[in-house]
Design a protein around this ligand. Structure first.
Ligand code: NAP
Ligand code: MG
Length: 496
């Protein structure tokens, strides 16, 4: 069966990779379903895209921000109209169930509305000068050409978190989508193009991280890199970008803990754990991968969680009755299998799951059973390293202070959740959990676009998406206007 062939978007034109090679985008629920063929780009293609973005920047930075924002609003309306089709495309290309891909498109819709409002804010600061007859203010300026490198698990939401604030602030962009999910980036950018975005303001270059991604990191005309992905790749991206004096924002992995205290609403905590651990097949940076159980409720919680995990319906996400879709590719399945083996060798007890599914309807896809390990100790690798699959570890503790210490004793610091009815403990946890996000009586997943998103330690390098993205995509300029008509010397003329 023939499939569509997609090209890079460079300066408003759809162009194949200069080298002519392509990469197939397959449906992880059914590898016989080919979504399309995408360019395998190299440095030459990236250079063309950066030149197009540089050229477009000259005019785009002068478009008033409220006008730039209107394009985002029109794109938002188009995304609303196209939501169902785009959600289906996304389920086909990366596997998560339709309810979740609708949510992913909705996140881009929400982000467009939120960021478009910033077109009429983009607030700066005015402040008194230390000298008479002198005016002082700070204004936000665009950074220039920015490079965006995105992962496959939120293939429309994450590009929208980066593209929309970058655009409203007056930057031009080159985006390198994940190899597994370029179509959702095309669908997002197509909405911007149809909404009237001028040519060259957003350019798409598809290809592998080691070729297309690396070329973006090294290009001298790219001023900033915004990356979301694994901590291993992020560390490399950060170092390479730093060597070229680029600003760099890194959003990376997690090993997120849900803590359940003895006084918690147990059914609520179970609902949260099930959704947090197995939603998106465990492939969220904020996925619950450790559940910390206070001794009094541990046995009952464990038994109920396992019973419910066993009942989850696994299959093709296009089937509305399916709850857990496939993992995105064979490498992710191998990672899940490897960690199951590691956990067993460490002495953790597997209570359910643990296997890839390869029979009958699963034969053409990359499916893995929801897996629960009990008897996990905080020092085990299964309790410390990101799996990025439907695998969750149960760890028992006695006191609240122990739970906080275990939750914090890892390299990552993205999301955390506490289930309790004790308001004092809730506020102590908000203060003491080392993470960019803390939920009380809600699962570790479920961020909203207008709050800061990101983490501490190996999860991030201090920047935030959502509330905070404009700080990354703008650079401050301090402006002094002296209307005294004489030379006034700061720190000298008015000193004691
Ligand atoms: P990944 O392997 O790190 O890849 C992320 C992106 O970087 C992809 O576009 C990838 O291209 C590209 N890349 C790979 N090597 C590169 C290189 N040498 N130079 C430049 N770019 C390179 O991550 P992933 O597997 O796509 O996504 C899963 C990871 O993302 C998990 O660790 C998850 O926790 C994290 N994540 C974090 C957040 C957050 O906001 N904190 C959100 C979502 C996901 P290819 O696709 O061609 O490899
Ligand atoms: Mg795919």
């Amino acid at each position: 069966m023939s499939h569509p062939v997609y090209h890079n978007l460079i300066g408003g034109q759809w162009l194949p990779a200069a080298g002519g090679s392509t990469i197939l985008n397959l449906n992880p629920a059914d590898h016989t379903d080919v979504i399309g063929e995408f360019p395998a780009s190299h440095a030459e293609d990236v250079d063309r895209a950066v030149q197009a973005a540089r050229h477009a920047y000259a005019a785009w930075r002068l478009v008033p921000a409220p006008r730039r924002a209107e394009i985002l609003l029109r794109a938002r309306d188009l995304l609303v109209q196209r939501k169902e089709r785009l959600a289906k495309d996304m389920t086909r290309e990366m596997g998560k169930v339709l309810a979740e891909t609708r949510g992913d498109v909705q996140e881009a819709i929400d982000e467009a509305l939120y960021v478009a409002g910033e077109g009429r804010r983009l607030f700066g600061v005015t402040t008194p000068s230390e000298l008479q007859n002198k005016f002082a203010m700070s204004v936000r300026m665009p950074v220039g050409v920015v490079g965006l490198i995105t992962p496959w698990n939120f293939p429309m939401a994450i590009p929208s978190w980066k593209l929309f604030p970058a655009l409203v602030a007056g930057n031009t962009c080159v985006i390198k989508p994940a190899t597994d999910t370029p179509l959702s980036t095309y669908n997002l950018v197509q909405a911007l193009v149809d909404a009237g975005l001028p040519p060259g303001v957003v350019n798409i270059v598809c290809g592998s991280g080691s070729h297309a991604g690396a070329a973006l990191l090294d290009h001298p005309d790219v001023r900033a890199i915004s990356f979301t992905g694994s901590s291993a790749v992020g560390s490399h991206v950060g170092q390479r970008a730093a060597a070229n004096f680029k600003q760099v924002s890194l959003e990376m992995g997690g090993k997120n803990a849900q803590i359940v205290l003895d006084d918690a609403n147990l059914d609520l905590a179970l609902d949260g754990a099930l959704w947090g651990a197995f939603g998106t097949t465990g492939q969220r940076c904020t996925a619950t991968s450790r559940i910390l159980l206070q001794r009094g409720i541990a046995a009952e919680f464990t038994q109920k969680l396992v019973a419910r995990a066993r009942e989850l319906k696994i299959g093709n996400g296009l089937d509305e009755s399916v709850q857990v879709g496939p993992q995105v590719n064979a490498a992710q399945i191998e990672t899940s299998e490897r960690y199951v083996e590691i956990a067993r060798k460490e002495g953790a007890k597997m209570l359910c799951g643990g296997h890839a599914l390869r029979h009958d309807a699963y034969a053409h896809g990359t499916f893995f059973e929801p897996t629960v390990f009990a008897g996990v100790e905080p020092q085990m690798r299964i309790a410390r390293e990101e799996v990025f699959g439907p695998v969750v570890s149960l760890i028992e503790f006695d006191t609240f202070d122990q739970a906080i210490a275990i939750a914090n004793d890892i390299d990552y610091g993205l999301s955390t959740a506490l289930y309790t009815r004790d308001v004092n403990r809730a506020f102590a946890a908000i203060r003491d959990l080392e993470a960019g996000i803390t939920y009380i009586n809600a699962p570790t997943i479920g961020a909203e676009v207008h709050l800061p998103f990101g983490g501490v330690k190996h999860t991030g390098n201090g920047h935030r998406e959502g509330l905070g993205a404009l700080d990354f995509f703008t650079t401050w300029k301090a402006v002094y206007v002296d209307y005294s008509d004489k030379l006034q010397r700061a720190q000298i003329d008015n000193a004691e």
